[in-house]
Write a protein that binds this ligand. Structure first.
Ligand code: FE2
Length: 259
């Protein structure tokens, strides 16, 4: 199983061509470099027969104008619909702060953007950490990206999923970081979910989680903590970076690539 991983596209505001003269067609504007890069990525995904793509969130950069953000996300999603490679989306903080959560991913009232899917014996569990510490789901206009949480309903969901007996190994997907990442010796870095310690404990107890795929921390990272690998995908908008995850009976390997 071969899987393409992208994250943090931070698409700029979609610009539209000026209104044409009467009777003439509008001249399309060239794509911005990130959109052009994503199209090249999907072309590669098709050619190299990736089974699917995981997009770890923060599709848009966000502006102060909700209509502009909506249009940027919609135009991009529309251009992706024609791709023959399926994408599993994970909600990022910018998505949830600038757009209704339901726009990019069909959300559940209790679980928000959390869901799971099973492929070739691997259970993928996507989490939605776009909640503030008081348990409230992010809404448009909320702006404190350092305040993130996996709420109680998702913790139950995660435990229940990991108790399933129909999978060999699990891969956890989350936009924000779940590994322990310190600022110096005193503070947990704000890219880490506030209750990550509790989540890590659940993952470790299950004994079946091999890998956590995360994003949000734009430089990327790769750590192993208590036997679980935490791979932080580098932001796509930086150097058009992506990764290819290969899952086989020997385990998981990840190659770092650039367009
Ligand atoms: Fe983010």
């Amino acid at each position: 199983m071969k899987i393409g991983i992208i994250a943090d596209l931070h698409l700029p505001k979609k610009e539209f061509p000026p209104r044409p003269e009467p009777g003439k067609k509008p001249e399309p504007l060239p794509d911005d470099p990130v959109t052009a890069g994503v199209k090249a990525f999907y072309e590669k995904a098709k050619q190299e027969k990736y089974d699917f793509v995981i997009n770890l969130g923060d599709l848009i950069n966000g502006t102060d104008n909700e209509d502009d953000d909506y249009m940027t996300a919609m135009m991009f999603s529309r251009s992706m619909i024609s791709s023959t490679v399926n994408t599993y989306y994970v909600l990022g903080n910018r998505d949830a702060m600038c757009l209704p959560k339901d726009l990019l991913l069909h959300c559940n009232k209790n679980l928000g953007g959390a869901y799971s899917f099973l492929k070739d014996g691997v259970l993928f569990i996507a989490l939605d950490a776009n909640y503030s510490c008081d348990g409230k789901s992010y809404e448009t206009g909320f702006s404190d990206w350092t305040d993130s949480l996996i709420p109680a309903a998702q913790i139950e969901f995660l435990k229940n999923q990991l108790e399933r007996t129909d999978f060999e190994k699990a891969v956890i997907l989350c936009h924000q970081r779940l590994d322990l990442f310190m600022d110096g010796l005193e503070h947990v870095n704000p890219h880490v979910v506030s209750n990550a310690e509790e989540i890590r404990h659940i993952l470790e107890q299950s004994g079946k989680v091999a890998l956590v795929l995360q994003a949000h921390y734009h430089s990327g990272d790769d750590t192993v903590q208590n036997g679980i690998r935490y791979y932080t995908q580098k932001a796509f908008f930086k150097n058009l970076s992506y990764s290819v995850l290969t899952a086989s009976s020997d385990g998981f390997t990840i190659e770092k690539e650039e367009i």
